[in-house]
Write a protein that binds this ligand. Structure first.
Ligand SMILES: [Fe+2]
Length: 127
């Protein structure tokens, strides 16, 4: 079940026509990580370090955002974390096109984020 949910969050978080992040989620990421660029660098490093999933998650208790590396569908994600953005980093995702150049795959992934969807998720988690 977690695999299905994570794959849905992964695919639904991408778009062929990316736009700039909306102010709600941009401000939240900048507040937590210092800037949008600093969050992206940290998120990419998290994805490269993970064997399964890179996840931007919101802790339900403290409402803070975390970049979390998960090596399996049900391992590594913080217990009270609610996913806002998910990157599939299993080898099946990138090996055909990128072989062992995982960083290149992750760099490409963040260029096609659907910020409308990510912002919608962020707002839904903060109601
Ligand atoms: Fe996958």
């Amino acid at each position: 079940m977690n695999s299905v949910l994570l794959h849905e969050l992964y695919f639904d978080g991408l778009t062929a026509k990316p736009a700039d992040p909306q102010e709600d989620v941009r401000a939240a990421l900048a507040k937590r990580f210092g800037s949008l660029d600093r969050w992206i660098e940290d998120f990419k490093a998290t994805c490269v370090a993970a064997a399964g999933w890179g996840v931007l998650a919101r802790d339900v208790v403290n409402a803070k955002l975390y970049n979390v590396a998960s090596d399996l569908h049900d391992v590594g994600v913080i217990w009270l974390g609610q996913p806002v953005l998910v990157c599939d980093v299993y080898e099946h995702t990138f090996y055909v096109d990128y072989q062992n150049r995982k960083q290149e795959y992750v760099n490409k992934f963040v260029q096609f984020l659907d910020w409308n969807e990510i912002n919608r998720r962020w707002l839904a988690l903060n109601q």
